[in-house]
Every structure is written in structure tokens, then in C-alpha cells.
Design a protein around this ligand. Sequence first.
Ligand code: ADP
Ligand code: ZN
Length: 214
Amino acid sequence: MFLIIMGPPGSGKGTQAKLLAEKYQISHISSGDIFRQAMEINDELGKELQLAINKGQLVPDELTNKIVERRLLKDDCHKGFILDGYPRTIGQADALGLLLDKLGCELTKVINLDVDSNIIIGRLKKRLLCKQCGASFNLITNPPRNEGFCDSCKAYLSVREDDNDKTVVDRINIYEEKTKPLIEYYNKKKILCNIKGDVDVKDATKAILACIER
Ligand code: ADP
Ligand code: ZN
């Protein structure tokens, strides 16, 4: 199974992607997680990524495509994957299409989580991240069982550097301009699942599974 999950920042795509990867035993490929890991290393690549990400801008297509491509060529991806946060532009979607052709795989479904921007702004300000395992929580909609600690690995939770008031608005605007056109792009290919994302995590998962297995 080859899936893409899309949606505005804070729509819950990371949370759903993790659940789906477990259910279908496929690899969860999050461009944001890959970038955050690479940023921890303060080399030239790390610095270039920091420059874009901490300002809420997109990492340039050429660099993004290269990094994701390298990941998708690894063995564990042959059995299937769910892409979370990639593609985010038409240029990236075209590059992904070429790569999938080369690999001989076809997208099963593209899941779009539809959430209103007003809700998103509220959600992003309440988001907590586990730096150790990448799990994401939300103080309102998906709180950790023990306040301040990760459910899975018990590490301390932190706020992401790019989840601040200024960047959040910029990221939503960039989403509207660059990423939203992908909804129509995949709709035309007849593989789009449009899912209401402003509901409970469990209800969104149910709706996604129903669409995938339709
Ligand atoms: P969000 O939950 O806000 O969607 P992600 O963890 O997916 O966040 O991504 C965090 C940041 O990493 C983005 O704001 C962007 O700067 C960068 N990024 C992630 N994926 C991509 C991509 N496909 N193309 C360009 N930049 C990306
Ligand atoms: Zn954790």
C-alpha cells in the first residue's frame, strides 16, 4: 500500500500517519521528522534547513526531493509507505510521480485532512512534540497520559520552535498557496479521500480506513 496524507499544518496528519503505518505495517515517512533530525546536526545541511524551517518557510523543492528520494529508495519502502508532509508543492508531486514510475509502484490513495484555519491556529499553539520518538500530542485534543511526558517512550515533551505566533500564520498562508492545489491535482487522478479533520482522532481514523478500504 502506497499512501500520502496531506492537510494544513496541525491537521493531525502525523498522528494519523503513525496509526496507519502500524495498522498496515508500512513505513511512515515524515519529511518534517527527517528534516528535524538533520537539523540536530549542525553541519551545512542542518543550517540550510534551519534557515527555512524556523522561519516557517518551505525547504526548497530541489533539496526536499533529493532528501525524500534517498529515503524512499531504502529497502523498507518496497513493501509500502505513508508519506506525511510530502509532497507539499506541485513540483514535489511531479518529482514523486517520476520516482514512483521508476520504482514501479502506484499510489493507492491520497488522504486529505480538511481542517479550518481558525481551528489550526489554536491547535498549533497547544502542540507538544517528543524529540526522542517523534510522537506528537496536543494539550486540548490529544493530551499525553502523564502531563509533560511522552506516552510511548516517557521522554520529556517540548514545544516545536516553529510553532510560534508569527510562523504559524506564515505556514498557513504558504499551505493555502503552494499545497492546497495538490488536492485538485490528486482529485483528477481519482485517488483522493477527503476527510473531515476537525473531529476526534479516533473518528478521523475510522473515516480514513473506510475510504482506503472502499
Ligand atoms: P506541520 O505539522 O507544520 O505540517 P512538518 O513537521 O510536516 O510540519 O514540517 C515542518 C516544517 O518542515 C515545514 O514548516 C517546512 O518548513 C519543512 N518541510 C516539511 N516538509 C516539507 C516539504 N515537503 N517541502 C518543503 N518543506 C518541508
Ligand atoms: Zn516519545
